[in-house]
Design a protein around this ligand. Structure first.
Ligand SMILES: Cc1cc2nc3c(=O)[nH]c(=O)nc-3n(C[C@H](O)[C@H](O)[C@H](O)COP(=O)(O)OP(=O)(O)OC[C@H]3O[C@@H](n4cnc5c(N)ncnc54)[C@H](O)[C@@H]3O)c2cc1C
Length: 359
C-alpha cells in the first residue's frame, strides 16, 4: 500500500487525506498544533468547492451544514444603503456560507481516529513515504526551503470578523458595502446567524484599545442592519486578521515526491472567497491523479502544471479585486455600477465550472 505524509491538518491537508484514504492510500497527517482548534468565522463555498468535496466523498456532509441562500440579493452597496451592483442570482445559486469550525469538524470526522497526529510538527523529509503533501499554510516551511520562494506580503488591509450569537434578519440582502478604504460584508449562515467582516486599509501594526468598539466607530453609522449585527455579536469574539498573500507566483508546486497544496502553494487575498475552494480543488485533483497511478513522477508533474495554471490567475484576480474594493477613488463606484451583471455572471460561471481531471 502506498504511504502518504500530509503536513498540516487545515482544510487543504484534511481534504487531501480524506480523498487519498478513500482511494486506498495509507495516510498520516501531522499537525503541529496540540489539538483540533475548530475556530474561525464564516467561509464561502462555491460550486467548484462542492465539486471538489464530491470527488473526495464528503460533499453531502458539508451541504448538510446549511442550505444554499436562494432568494438573497447579493452585490455591492453604498454605505447609505442603495445598491451599486447586484449579482444575477443563478451565478451564485450553489454558494453556501458555512462556519469554518463546522467545515473543519466535518473533515476531521471523516478520517479514522488516529490518522491526525496532533502536537507533531513535521518536515518534508520523504523517507518512508511515496508522496509528501505539504499543506502547511501560507508560511509553509517546505515552500520557503525551495528555490524561488516568492515569500509573503501584507496586502495593506486587515479584517475584523464576527458571527452573531443569534439569527438576525438581514432583509434578504447580502454582500459587501463599500466606503473609501473600508468595506463591510455580511452573509447568513444556514441557521440564520450572520457572518460579517469589516475590512479597513491600515498599517499591519495598527493597535486599537478595543477592536469591537473600533468596528462600531467606523461602521455603526452605515446602513441597517450593520449596527444590529454588531449588537448581536459577542465583543470578545471579534478578532482582527492582517490579510497576507504570496508576494508572487510560486515557480513550482512540486519538488521530487513532495507537492505544495492549499495556501502553502497559492495563498491569496480573500477578495474572491476562493482560497479554501482552491485548496479543495488541489486535494481533489491530487486524489484523482494518484488513484491507480503507475508513474508517480508523471502524475505529480501533471498536478503541478494543472494547479499552477488554475490557481495563479485566480490569486492575481483576487489581488486586483482587493485593490478595487479598498480604493478611495470615487470612480470606483462608477466602475461597479457600470460593469454589466452578465459580465460578472460570466466570470463567476467560469470560476465555478471547474471539473477534476479525467480519471
Ligand atoms: C479573512 C479571511 C477570510 C477568508 N474567507 C474565505 C472564504 O470565504 N472562502 C474561501 O474559500 N477561502 C477563504 N479564505 C482563505 C482560506 O481560509 C484559506 O485559503 C484556507 O483556510 C487554507 O487552508 P490550508 O489548509 O491550505 O492552510 P491552513 O488553514 O493555514 O492550515 C495549515 C496547517 O498546517 C499546520 N502546520 C504548519 N506547519 C506545520 C508543520 N511544520 N508541521 C505540522 N503542521 C504544520 C498549521 O498549524 C495549520 O493547521 C479566507 C482567509 C482569510 C484570512
Amino acid at each position: 500500500m502506498r504511504r502518504v505524509k500530509v503536513i498540516g491538518a487545515g482544510i487543504g491537508g484534511l481534504a487531501a487525506a480524506i480523498g487519498l484514504r478513500r482511494r486506498g492510500f495509507q495516510v498520516e497527517v501531522y499537525e503541529r498544533a496540540d489539538g483540533p482548534g475548530f475556530v474561525g468565522a464564516g467561509l464561502s463555498l462555491f460550486a467548484n468547492g462542492f465539486t471538489a468535496l464530491d470527488v473526495i466523498g464528503v460533499g453531502d456532509e458539508v451541504r448538510a451544514l446549511g442550505g444554499p441562500q436562494s432568494g438573497l440579493v447579493a452585490g455591492q452597496r453604498r454605505p447609505d444603503g442603495p445598491w451599486l451592483a447586484t449579482v444575477p442570482p443563478p451565478a451564485i445559486h450553489e454558494l453556501r456560507v458555512v462556519h469554518r469550525a463546522d467545515l473543519h469538524r466535518v473533515l476531521a470526522d471523516a478520517l479514522e481516529p488516529g490518522t491526525i497526529r496532533y502536537g507533531s510538527p513535521a518536515t518534508a523529509d520523504p523517507a518512508g513515504y511515496d508522496v509528501v503533501v505539504a499543506a502547511d499554510g501560507i508560511r509553509s516551511a517546505t515552500r520557503a526551503s525551495w528555490p524561488g520562494d516568492p515569500g509573503v506580503r501584507y496586502s495593506g488591509y486587515s479584517t475584523w470578523r464576527g458571527v452573531t450569537t443569534r439569527p438576525v434578519d438581514i432583509g434578504g440582502a447580502a454582500g459587501e458595502t463599500v466606503g473609501r478604504g473600508e468595506r463591510f460584508g455580511m452573509a447568513p449562515l444556514g441557521d440564520g446567524r450572520v457572518y460579517w467582516f469589516a475590512v479597513v486599509t491600515m498599517p499591519l501594526d495598527a493597535v486599537f484599545a478595543d477592536d469591537s468598539l473600533e468596528v462600531r466607530r467606523r461602521f455603526g453609522g452605515w446602513h441597517a442592519p450593520i449596527a444590529e449585527l454588531l449588537d448581536a455579536t459577542d465583543p470578545a469574539t471579534v478578532f482582527r486578521t492582517g490579510i497576507h498573500e504570496l508576494a508572487g507566483p510560486a515557480p513550482t508546486f512540486r519538488r521530487g515526491r513532495t507537492v505544495l497544496l492549499g495556501d502553502a502553494a497559492h495563498a491569496m487575498t480573500p477578495d474572491l472567497g476562493q482560497g479554501a475552494n482552491q485548496a479543495l480543488e488541489d486535494a481533489a485533483t491530487l486524489t484523482v491523479l494518484l488513484d491507480g497511478a503507475d508513474d508517480l513522477d508523471e502524475v505529480l508533474t501533471a498536478y503541478d502544471r494543472l494547479r499552477r495554471r488554475r490557481t495563479q490567475p485566480i490569486a492575481r484576480r483576487a489581488h486586483l479585486m482587493g485593490r478595487l474594493m479598498q480604493s478611495r477613488n470615487p470612480l470606483r463606484d462608477a466602475v461597479l455600477r457600470l460593469t454589466p451583471g452578465r459580465a460578472v455572471a460570466g466570470q463567476l460561471a467560469r470560476l465555478q465550472s471547474w471539473k477534476p481531471p479525467a480519471a
